[in-house]
Write a new protein. Structure first.
Length: 464
């Protein structure tokens, strides 16, 4: 770590970014294995009542939950209760998608290479929990008669059996929330213990993470739990108190925690010693290794993303987003520095704030991006062949690539068709310009070189 670290500069950058993006509450902690380097709660857990944020404020952590789910599976594998190379149908025989071919393995669910597509099951699983929220005035929920059953593991499996068009296991990475519901079901069946109990008994309790829970009632009753916020179409921040929740997909993203508790989790990962949680060291190392490509500039282990060369150091992290939730955790093993970022507003750059902490410790400019390829010349024909519409089956999984009258590249993002500027990096990659950081998209081609899809937001979007 750079010995002349300017944490005040990081603090000022964070504060300016928070104010510009109108983030009500933000908790940040930066630490080594035995020291807190920087800690601050910005703004309010409840802006209307002026209640401040601190390191014990409970926030949603969304997909950061996946790293905990992965750990329960690795613990079961360490105890000989399952094998990572088990076909998932050994534990979930109700899944009938692979009757005529080899089913994916537990390991392939963990690396998100099972061949399952991005589906809207999460939307249906969360539908009733969010009903009645003020955001419904501009973001209408699914009408009750359109909500398909997805509240149990069995219903998720039935949904998959009916709707999933699968790719071959072991192929491209595709971020797939339902897979983590399946993993929670597998580990529960293999151990004979409810998934939430496994997380409590085998992870959070041994690590002293006493304010980390799936129990939403407990969160709502806690005086130091955050209120959730969202933005209306005009960009105004508003209270959005209904927490999205799903028992069937708990393993995908419904744990709640604090900056202090998550410090304990990241420090466990940093130590690379599995004995405290009864997990084999080799599996703990695999969890944090670059096992599969997961998009431009990144790789994936088990519930963690790995960037192998950021100014000479490795970045191991994971983020999460839900309504009223933006989060990011992780560390750099070479620096021996970890960080936790938690916010109570959706669609905010928690990953950028997290990376700013690592950059500060590294002694490089705070806004140094983790990935920025040098553009190479692209022919007009290469540009034209990419134009068109691409989709997954998730409601937000839509991207239209088009040209303006001036010949500039633009995208229409999501069902709301947000118009954003874009630029080509190469014939196989383009970038979407963001307010604070660009997002890179890989072009997927068949054997003849024709584009058939995009790898965007870690999902596969198919050309229409």
């Amino acid at each position: 770590m750079n010995q002349s670290v300017n944490w005040q500069q990081y603090n000022d950058w964070l504060d300016a970014l928070r104010l510009r993006r109108q983030i009500p509450g933000l908790a940040v902690r930066v630490f080594t294995k035995d020291e807190v380097l920087y800690e601050r709660g910005f703004g309010f857990r409840n802006a209307e009542r002026g209640l401040p944020v601190d390191s014990d404020t409970i926030f949603g952590i969304a997909s950061v939950t996946k790293s905990f789910t992965a750990m329960t599976v690795l613990q079961a594998a360490s105890a000989g209760q399952l094998d990572l190379d088990d076909a998932i149908t050994r534990w979930l025989p109700e899944l009938t998608l692979w009757q005529d071919r080899e089913a994916p393995t537990v390991r392939q669910l963990l690396t998100q290479t099972s061949g399952l597509p991005a589906l809207p099951i999460l939307v249906h699983a969360m539908a009733e929990s969010g009903r009645g929220d003020p955001t419904e005035a501009f973001n209408p929920p699914l009408p009750p008669h359109e909500v398909r059953p997805a509240g149990t593991l069995e219903e998720v499996i039935e949904f998959l059996n009916e709707d999933a068009v699968i790719e071959e296991p072991g192929g491209l990475f595709c971020y797939q929330n339902d897979a983590w519901g399946l993993l929670a079901g597998i580990v529960s069946r293999a151990t004979g213990t409810e998934f939430e109990e496994l997380v409590f008994d085998n992870i959070t309790q041994p690590l002293g993470m006493n304010r980390t829970t799936f129990d939403l009632e407990r969160v709502l009753a806690d005086e130091n739990a955050t209120t959730l916020y969202a933005k209306d179409p005009a960009g105004n921040v508003m209270e959005s108190p209904k927490w999205q929740d799903s028992q069937s997909l708990a393993g995908a993203g419904f744990l709640r925690s604090t900056a202090r508790d998550l410090t304990a989790w990241v420090r466990f990962l940093m130590a690379r010693d599995g004995s405290r949680l009864k997990v084999r060291d080799d599996l703990l190392a695999e969890m944090q290794s670059p096992l599969v490509w997961c998009g431009p500039g990144g790789s994936y282990g088990y519930g963690l993303t790995v960037n192998e060369d950021h100014r000479g150091v490795t970045l191991i992290s994971h983020g999460g987003r839900l309504k009223g939730v933006s989060s990011n955790i992780g560390y750099s093993p070479e620096l021996g520095v970890g960080a936790v970022v938690l916010m109570n507003l959706e669609e905010q750059p928690a990953d950028l704030m997290w990376l700013g902490a690592i950059n500060t410790a590294l002694g490089v400019p705070v806004d140094t991006p983790r990935y920025r390829p040098e553009p190479v010349p692209v022919s007009e024909a290469d540009a034209v062949e990419l134009l068109g519409e691409y989709r997954s089956l998730e409601p937000w999984g839509r991207l239209v690539l088009e040209r303006t009258q001036a010949g500039e590249l633009q995208v229409l993002d999501g069902e709301a068709a947000r118009r954003l500027d874009a630029f080509l990096v190469s014939k196989d990659e383009f970038a979407i310009r963001g307010e604070d950081q660009d997002q890179y998209v890989a072009v997927l081609r068949d054997e003849s070189g024709q584009p058939w899809g995009l790898h965007y937001g870690r999902r596969i979007l198919y050309r229409r």
